[in-house]
Ligand binder design. Structure first.
Ligand SMILES: [Zn+2]
Length: 189
């Protein structure tokens, strides 16, 4: 798990792939404990983790409320999830203890999150919006939205098929296939 400490702020931000409800509950509880860090006020409470398992994609966020004096600190947590082409759930947990200058508590998913997809809330650094459509670039060079690529968080369907072909046969697929070769060291990443 990765933690960052920035002045008075502490934050947790990571993506867990295909967790069980129990595992996810534990990760979320750890994140909350970390950011609340024995604070007496404006602590964030445990969200309803089971909701993550009731839909293919979604998001939820909560905060400890606006501080009574400003600037003041509050805790925030966000959970965003998305299901890939091979039915695995990718769940991002992001939490922090942040100092607010005014009464508005911004979304922990970042500026403009309300207008973005749930996928963006999970993998804001992996895809980019082109004419309001999410576009991903696979390491093999394939490009498209997560559904078209049947992306699994790291690779597209073609990458998985090539990988499987190599594992099954010991051969690299025939020359002439338009699909690009993976970069060195990419395997198993
Ligand atoms: Zn690919």
């Amino acid at each position: 798990m990765r933690y960052q400490q920035r002045g008075t702020k502490v934050s947790v931000d990571h993506v867990i792939i295909h967790p069980t409800e129990e595992q996810l509950r534990r990760y979320v509880a750890e994140a909350i404990e970390k950011v609340n860090d024995n604070c007496k006020t404006r602590c964030v409470k445990m969200p309803l983790v089971k909701e993550v398992f009731q839909s293919k994609k979604g998001r939820m966020e909560a905060n400890g409320g606006t501080p009574s004096t400003l600037p003041g600190a509050t805790s925030r947590i966000g959970i965003a999830w998305w299901t890939d082409a091979i039915e695995r759930k990718h769940v991002r947990i992001v939490a922090d203890r942040t100092v607010l200058e005014n009464r508005y508590v911004p979304s922990i998913f970042g500026f403009g999150a309300a207008g973005q997809s749930d996928f963006w809330c999970v993998y804001h650094d992996k895809g980019k919006l082109e004419y309001k459509k999410m576009v991903l670039y696979c390491v093999c060079g394939n490009k498209g939205n997560p559904e078209d690529l049947e992306w699994d968080g790291n690779h597209c369907r073609e990458c998985r098929e090539i990988e499987k072909y190599e594992q099954d046969t010991g051969f690299i697929p025939a020359v002439g296939k338009t699909h690009g070769r993976r970069k060195k060291g990419h395997k198993g990443s």
